[in-house]
Ligand binder design. Structure first.
Ligand SMILES: [Zn+2]
Length: 303
C-alpha cells in the first residue's frame, strides 16, 4: 500500500515537475499524502501566469486586448525572421531550430502564445512544407493548410485564433506556383475541366473570382498561361475574403498588432516572392469602405 502511495506521489511530482519545475524542487522527494499533493498541484495551476492571462482575457471583449504576449517580435521583425529563414533554406544553410527534445519539453510546459511568431495559411500541397521553407521549428508557426489556400469560414476562424489567441504578430497568405486547385478552377472556367468529387466545388468556389479577375486583366494570356496570374490573384482574394469577414483581424491590423502579407512560394526553387504591402493596404482600405463587410467581431454568448 505504502509503495502504491509513494508511486502515486512520484507520478504526481513528475507531472508537477514538467509543469512547474521550480515548485517541485527537482530531485527533492517529499512524502506528501496523495490528496494533499493533488490539492497543491491544483493550487499551482490556478496561479500560473498563463491561468491569470486566461481569466483576464475573459473580462475583456476586444480581441486586441488579449495581445499581451511579452516575448513577441514586432510585426516587421517577424516578417524579417520569415524572410531570413527562407533565405537560409534556399541557400542550403538552414539552422533547423527548435526541433530537439528540449523544445518538445518546453512545448509541453509553456504556452504557444508566448512563442509562435507567425500565422501562415497556405495550400495543402506536399511541396510546401511550411516550417522547412521558413527554417522554423516546433512552436514557431501557427499553420492553416487547405487546398488552394482559400479563406472561408473554417480557415478564417483558424486565422482569428492564430492572431487573437496565439498572439502571432504576422499573417502570411502564401500561394504557390503550379497550384493544382487554381489550375482546376482555371480549367473549369475555360470549359476544359473534368468531373470533380462532390466536396471539391464548394471548397474551390472561393478561387473562381480570382481566376475570372486574372482573365479579364490579361485577356491576351490564353490557356494555362493565365495560371501564374490567377495564383497571385488568389492570394489577394484570400486577403480580401479575410478582411471582409473578420472584423477581429481588421481591428488587430488597425491597432498595429498584426501585419498581413501576401506571398508566393516557388515549388521548384524554394524561393518566396513577397508581394507588395501597398496592395494589402489598398485591399484593407477598400474593405473598410465596403458596407457589406462583417461588423460584429465577437461570437454570440454561449459560443
Ligand atoms: Zn496548391
Amino acid at each position: 500500500m505504502g509503495r502504491i502511495i509513494r508511486l502515486s506521489v512520484t507520478v504526481c511530482c513528475l507531472f508537477a515537475f514538467v509543469a512547474f519545475p521550480v515548485a517541485c524542487g527537482g530531485d527533492k522527494k517529499e512524502e506528501v499524502p496523495v490528496e494533499k499533493a493533488k490539492q497543491v498541484s491544483k493550487a499551482k495551476i490556478e496561479h500560473t501566469p498563463e491561468a491569470k492571462q486566461v481569466s483576464n482575457a475573459k473580462t475583456e471583449n476586444a480581441p486586441e486586448a488579449k495581445h499581451v504576449s511579452k516575448a513577441k517580435p514586432s510585426p516587421d521583425k517577424a516578417v524579417a525572421m520569415l524572410k531570413a529563414g527562407n533565405t537560409r533554406f534556399i541557400e542550403g544553410i538552414s539552422n533547423h531550430p527548435h526541433i530537439n527534445l528540449g523544445r518538445l519539453i518546453q512545448s509541453g510546459k509553456e504556452s504557444q502564445g508566448d512563442h509562435a511568431y507567425a500565422t501562415v495559411i497556405t495550400c495543402s500541397d506536399s511541396r510546401v512544407p511550411v516550417e522547412l521553407i521558413f527554417d522554423a521549428g516546433v512552436m514557431d508557426i501557427f499553420v492553416v493548410r487547405v487546398a488552394g489556400n482559400v479563406c472561408d469560414v473554417d480557415e478564417i476562424g483558424s486565422i482569428e485564433y492564430g492572431l487573437a489567441h496565439v498572439n502571432t504578430p504576422v499573417l502570411v497568405v502564401l500561394g504557390h506556383t503550379q497550384c493544382g486547385a487554381v489550375t482546376a478552377v482555371t480549367h473549369a472556367i475555360h470549359g476544359t475541366g473534368h468531373a470533380l468529387e462532390r466536396n471539391i466545388p464548394p471548397l474551390v468556389d472561393n478561387i473562381a473570382p480570382a481566376v475570372r479577375r486574372a482573365i479579364s486583366k490579361y485577356p491576351e494570356l490564353l490557356g494555362d498561361s493565365i495560371i501564374p496570374n490567377a495564383i497571385e490573384e488568389n492570394v489577394w482574394q484570400g486577403i480580401e475574403d479575410l478582411f471582409m469577414n473578420s472584423p477581429a483581424t481588421r481591428n488587430l491590423v488597425k491597432s498595429g498588432s498584426v501585419k498581413v502579407v501576401g506571398a508566393i512560394y516557388d515549388v521548384g526553387t524554394g524561393k518566396i516572392e513577397w508581394l507588395p504591402d501597398a496592395k494589402v493596404d489598398y485591399i484593407f482600405k477598400t474593405v473598410e469602405a465596403n458596407p457589406a463587410r462583417a461588423m460584429k467581431a465577437m461570437a454570440s454568448e454561449g459560443h
